[in-house]
Structure formats: structure tokens, C-alpha cells
Ligand binder design. Structure first.
Ligand code: PFF
Length: 450
């Protein structure tokens, strides 16, 4: 029976929604360019290792706590607390998480707006409307603000429909579309001149670059951002799962999909850069390094597309459409965090919570746009470098130290009794208790020092 608070109706729906949250702008342009400048396949190996030793266990902690409590992060952490102090600290952690999720959405909506604008700009070029196309790629307040509003309206519209009709239905439609678009773009770009050179840079490992301590810390941070950890997104999605689901399997599938799509995006972005080089577009800075991520996506790729004429405009529209979808399935998961809290802890109706909170976050985005130089980078650093790792640390402490061990194991066994004899069963509780918090503290310390 579907519960009154909403539930995913199928395993497929949950996987699409959770993978949709994880797969976002971070995967498609963050990961490939980082890999390119940091040792190619060697970076990939480090990233894979970290995803499985850190990100997957923390993801599991969030999903298990959420499914056990069938509540938002504030309610859930209070449920597994053991006394007044841990109850209050749990409620505080949940609230900080929803504030961080809201701030992540406020900058994410700006970038996602650029993606939609670039997509429409390519369509406008195809239609011969050069002036409109130019305005759509101009960095004006009017353009930026309009597309923040467009993107937030899409996010608000989906979340207003609820867990099944909104999140699940739209993720199940958009994620397969994303996969097909990404796959087709990869296949096409690999046929172009220069693509193989990019592929070589991506696939030939350079271990000297990939094994530096700074780089390991970076890969750890990106794995964390990539799986949407710490802010309660995965916890709230887990809370909409029924008790029959096999959680380690679902968590493994979501992690696997997230990583596979990041790796697949590397087969698009790296070859595309070298195709651009082949077409005379500059891809290295004066120091001989690959240019940075944002320049790559908003300068190199559009130049590449322009140099390819009509086919280029079509490809460009497709590429930015792909980015917009990836962003939308992530943004809905961010908005659901504060909305679920308002519904469950303050008795709001879903519609009024979505409109009010969505409106406030849109206001925050506009505020950032008005003070772009000062606020944009600051909000990204505060939320992703500090907020997410620190909150992830607290989740590990709750799963590993505060929650009663037998209750945790009983929750894990619910949908997967066969897991009792496996290695996962014996390792994971200790791992999330000791290894994960220490690793996260490591990242955090490094962030503070570096
Ligand atoms: N995982 C998303 C990405 O890789 O783009 C970003 C993200 C989504 C971060 C949801 C945090 C979050 F709660």
C-alpha cells in the first residue's frame, strides 16, 4: 500500500530518481575535465576506488536511515537518536542540511539556466534568428535572471506533483532520454577528426599526476558532490522506499550508474576538445595546461559547434539539452529536501511548501546574480567544500555510533535477508563507523588548510 507521505512505486522508479539526483552537471563536465588534467585513466582509477570505499558506504548510510524512519532528515535523525542531546543535534543537522541543499540549488539553478539558454540559442541559430541567439548567450542580468526563473519553474512544477507523479514519473522519463542523448553524442563525436587524440589523453594513465595527495583529496570531494551526499537528498529518497527493497543492491546500482555516466561523459568531452583543437580552437592556456571547466563548456564547445556549421548547431542544441536534463533531475532532489521537511514537521500542504520554498530559493539565485563576483564562488565553496563533507561526517556518526547496532542491522536485513552471511554485512557497519568519518575528516582538514 502506498503510504500517505508518498512512495516510489517501483524499483526502476527509485533507481532513475536517485541516479537522476546523482548524475548532474558535476558528472558531465566536472569529471571529464578533471580526469583530463590529472592523469587520465589513473585519475579514473583513484576516483573509482574512492567512490566505492567512501561515497557508496555514506550513500548507504543515508538510504538506510531514511528507509528506517520513513521521514525527512530532521525527523529521521531524531528517531535514531539515543538521548536529548543527540536528538537536538540530529534535528540541527537535518536543518543545516536543508539550508545547504537550498543554497546548492540557488547556484545550480543559475548554471542550469545557462544550459537552457545555450540550448535555445542553438535552436535560434538553426532558425536563422541570429540576434536572439546572441542575446541567449550574452552574460546579461536579464538573460541570467530569466533562465533562473524558467529553470526554477520547471523544478517547482515537478516537485509540486509529489513523489510518484512528479519525481518518479519525470526521472523515469528524463533519465533514459539522457542516456540515449549522451550515447548518440559520444558515437558521433568519436567519428570526427582529432577525436582519437582526446581518447588517448583520457585513457592513457599517468600515475605520477594521479597519486599526489592533493589530487586524491580532490577526487574524494568530487565523488561526494557527485553522489549528492550529506544534505539529506539520498535520505529523503530512501525514505520513500518500501521495506521489501534490497538496499545494498539499490545503492550499488545508483553508484554504478553515476560513475558509468561520468566515465561515458569523458568519452564525449575529451574527444570533443581535441576535435576543437583540430578545428583551430585553443584548448590550452598560456601555461600549457588544459583550460578550466567553465571556459571549456561555454567557450570551447560552442566554438567547436560553430566551426561545424549547421550540424554543429544541431549538436550544440542536443548537448545543452542533455545538460539541462541532467541538471533538472538533480535540482528536483535538492528542492524535495526542504519541501518534505515543511510538510512533515510543519504540516504545510505540498503545494504551498513548494511555491514558498521554491520562491525563496529563486530569490536567493537572483541575489547571487546581482552580486555575482562576490557571491557565486563563495556559495559554491561554502556548500560543496565545507557543508557537504561536514554533514556527511555527522551522518556516519549517527549510522555508526549513535544508532543502535542491532536496529541498524535489522533495517539492512529487511529487504535482503540473504545479505546476513556476506562480506558486506560484516564490513559495512565497521567501515561506516571508523573508516568513513576519518576519511571525511581528512578531506575537511585538507580543505581548511588548502
Ligand atoms: N550530484 C549532482 C551533480 O553531480 O551535479 C549535484 C548535487 C545534487 C549535489 C543534489 C547535492 C545534491 F543534494
Amino acid at each position: 500500500m502506498a503510504s500517505a507521505r508518498g512512495e516510489f512505486s517501483s524499483r526502476f522508479g527509485f533507481i532513475m530518481a536517485a541516479a537522476g539526483s546523482a548524475v548532474g552537471l558535476g558528472n558531465i563536465w566536472g569529471f571529464p575535465t578533471q580526469a583530463a588534467s590529472n592523469g587520465g585513466a589513473a585519475f579514473l582509477l583513484v576516483y573509482l576506488l574512492l567512490a566505492f570505499i567512501l561515497a557508496y558506504p555514506v550513500l548507504m548510510a543515508e538510504i538506510i536511515i531514511g528507509r528506517h524512519a520513513h521521514a525527512n532528515a530532521v525527523g529521521a535523525l531524531q528517531q535514531i537518536a539515543r538521548g536529548p542531546f543527540t536528538r537536538r543535534a540530529g534535528a540541527l543537522t537535518g536543518r543545516v542540511g536543508l539550508v545547504v541543499a537550498s543554497f546548492i540549488l540557488s547556484f545550480y539553478a543559475i548554471v542550469a539556466g545557462w544550459m537552457i539558454a545555450h540550448c535555445l540559442s542553438s535552436l535560434a541559430s538553426l532558425a536563422g534568428a541570429a540576434e536572439v541567439a546572441e542575446w541567449l548567450t550574452s552574460f546579461s542580468f536579464g538573460r541570467n535572471a530569466s533562465f533562473v526563473v524558467v529553470f526554477m519553474l520547471l523544478t517547482i512544477g515537478i516537485i509540486a506533483e509529489g513523489v510518484h507523479d512528479g519525481i518518479e514519473r519525470w526521472s523515469s522519463r528524463l533519465m533514459p532520454m539522457l542516456l540515449v542523448t549522451l550515447g548518440s553524442l559520444v558515437l558521433y563525436v568519436l567519428t570526427l577528426d582529432g577525436a582519437m587524440e582526446g581518447l588517448a589523453v583520457y585513457l592513457l594513465p599517468d600515475f605520477s599526476a594521479a597519486l599526489s595527495p592533493q589530487l586524491i583529496i580532490n577526487a574524494l570531494g568530487s565523488a561526494f558532490f557527485s553522489l549528492s551526499l550529506g544534505v539529506g537528498t539520498m535520505l529523503i529518497y530512501g525514505s520513500y522506499l518500501n521495506d521489501q527493497e534490497n538496499l545494498p543492491l539499490l545503492g550499488g546500482l545508483v553508484t554504478g550508474l553515476d560513475i558509468s555516466i561520468a566515465v561515458l561523459a569523458g568519452f564525449l568531452v575529451l574527444p570533443a576538445m581535441y576535435v576543437a583543437l583540430h578545428n583551430g580552437v585553443e584548448i590550452f592556456n598560456s601555461a600549457g595546461e588544459l583550460i578550466s571547466e567553465d571556459t571549456l563548456i561555454f567557450l570551447v564547445l560552442p566554438e567547436l559547434f560553430t566551426s561545424m556549421g549547421l550540424a554543429g548547431a544541431f549538436l550544440s542544441a542536443l548537448f545543452f539539452f542533455l545538460m539541462s536534463i541532467a541538471a533538472l533531475t538533480s535540482s528536483i532532489s535538492m528542492l524535495e529536501v526542504p519541501v518534505a521537511y515543511a510538510i512533515e514537521e510543519h504540516g504545510s500542504s505540498r503545494r504551498s511548501a513548494v511555491v514558498l520554498i521554491g520562491g525563496v530559493i529563486t530569490g536567493l539565485s537572483l541575489l547571487i546574480l546581482l552580486n555575482f563576483e562576490a557571491l557565486f564562488g563563495l556559495v559554491i565553496t561554502a556548500t560543496t567544500r565545507y557543508g557537504q563533507p561536514l554533514l556527511g561526517f555527522v551522518f556516519c556518526i549517527y549510522a555508526g555510533w549513535i544508532w543502535r547496532r542491532d536496529a541498524l542491522l535489522a533495517e539492512l536485513r529487511k529487504g535482503s535477508p540473504e545479505i546476513a552471511g556476506t562480506l558486506f554485512w560484516r564490513i559495512w557497519p565497521w567501515h561506516v563507523r571508523l573508516v568513513c568519518p576519518l576519511l571525511i575528516l581528512g578531506i575537511f582538514a585538507q580543505n581548511l588548510l588548502g
